[in-house]
Design a protein around this ligand. Structure first.
Ligand code: TYM
Length: 328
């Protein structure tokens, strides 16, 4: 079985992009791969957060992942900060990564563009912590959406450089993206990705949205003034996004889906119906789990223990390789 690791931030509310781009694939992976999934709370503090809210969101996201189908008895589900090796390996890797390669990260450029001087140092070094998350588990595959591709390239570069300089220490991972749904766009601004932090509530379908809300958001999705339904992400990004969502929800290809439509109205209605059905079981299961959050919380302890058993071995290897003297 290949080892798989991925993570998700407990910021904002999880949306259709997170679900189709990542979480849904994790649910499948857990049955065929040796899977580790973490709620990355250390990544969430790279911008200031309300402490009580961060704690609440961390638990809420864990419940949601279980509601989406992650089974803590089958995969290893844990909170990043519960396994201290992540922060420790991150420091070692910061001493391997270069300023230039971090400066090229588009996510840092986007998130700090207005105020680089006051951006937190952690926002800059964020991708190195992400590399530590992955390399600690000897992950061969990292299932993510398109927006994480660049961070995965950096992780590979860091692993290769470390191995070259200090001897074979880390497994060099590959990103795996879903064939359809790797980049779901904002419904109101279809040239921008759907995002937890975007100030576009009408453009973002949340996994926990009620059916009527999902229907309204999809009905009002921005398209264009023409009426022809073709899959052309450059010229018709709004329509292409709807086709992509409907295709991902029904296991088809967007271009094939387009052939069944000659007007936008029915396309929007069918996309809404498919998304409602896709998310319904997650929302219902979440409501059950939320009535007893402690039950899921206790599984996080087990998850952290399992994760730490692997992470401590890899960290020890990295410490030795780079020349840190052992305590005993
Ligand atoms: P995050 O929390 O922003 O997103 C979680 C996952 O959802 C995917 N995603 C999308 N997929 C398709 N369309 C979209 N509009 C969309 N928006 C988000 C993301 O690609 C991601 O797979 N840095 C990461 C978290 C992380 C991580 C890791 C991931 C930390 N350590 C180690 C993999 C391995 C992030 O902020 O994801």
């Amino acid at each position: 079985m290949a080892r798989v690791l991925s993570g998700i931030q407990p910021t904002g509310d999880i949306h259709l992009g997170n679900y189709l781009g990542a979480v849904r694939g994790w649910v499948e992976d857990q049955h065929t791969q040796d899977s580790y999934f973490c709620v990355v709370d250390l990544h969430a503090i790279t911008v200031p957060r309300d402490p009580a809210e961060l704690r609440a969101k961390t638990l809420e996201l864990t419940l949601l992942l279980v509601a989406a189908g992650l089974d803590p008895e089958v995969c290893t589900l844990f909170v990043q900060s519960h396994v201290h090796q992540h922060a420790e390996l991150s420091w070692i890797l910061e001493c391997v990564a270069s300023m230039g390669e971090l400066r090229r990260m588009t996510q840092f450029k986007e998130k700090s563009s207005d105020a680089e001087e006051s951006a937190r140092v952690g926002l800059f070094t964020y991708p190195v912590l992400q590399a530590a998350d992955i390399l600690l588990y000897d992950a061969e595959r990292v299932p993510v959406g398109e927006d994480q591709r660049q961070h995965l390239e950096l992780c590979r570069d860091i692993a290769l450089r470390f191995n070259h300089r200090y001897g074979d220490t880390f497994v060099v991972p590959d990103a795996t993206l879903p064939k359809v749904g790797a980049r779901i766009m904002d419904l109101q601004r279809p040239t921008a990705k759907m995002s937890k932090s975007a100030d576009s509530p009408q453009g973002t379908v949340l996994v926990l949205d009620e059916p009527a809300v999902i229907e309204r958001k999809l009905k009002r999705a921005v398209t264009d003034t023409a009426t022809e339904v073709t899959f052309d992400p450059d010229k018709k990004p709004g329509v292409a996004n709807l086709l992509q969502i409907l295709a991902a929800a029904t296991g088809r290809q967007p271009a094939d889906v387009a052939e069944g439509y000659s007007q936008y109205g029915p396309l929007k209605a069918d996309t809404a119906a498919a998304v409602v059905e896709l998310l319904r079981p997650v929302r219902e299961r979440y409501a059950e789990l939320a009535s007893d959050p402690e039950a899921v919380r206790s599984t996080l302890r087990q998850g952290a223990e399992k994760a730490e058993a692997v992470a401590s071995g890899t960290l020890a290897r990295a410490r030795t390789a780079i020349g840190l003297l052992s305590r005993s």
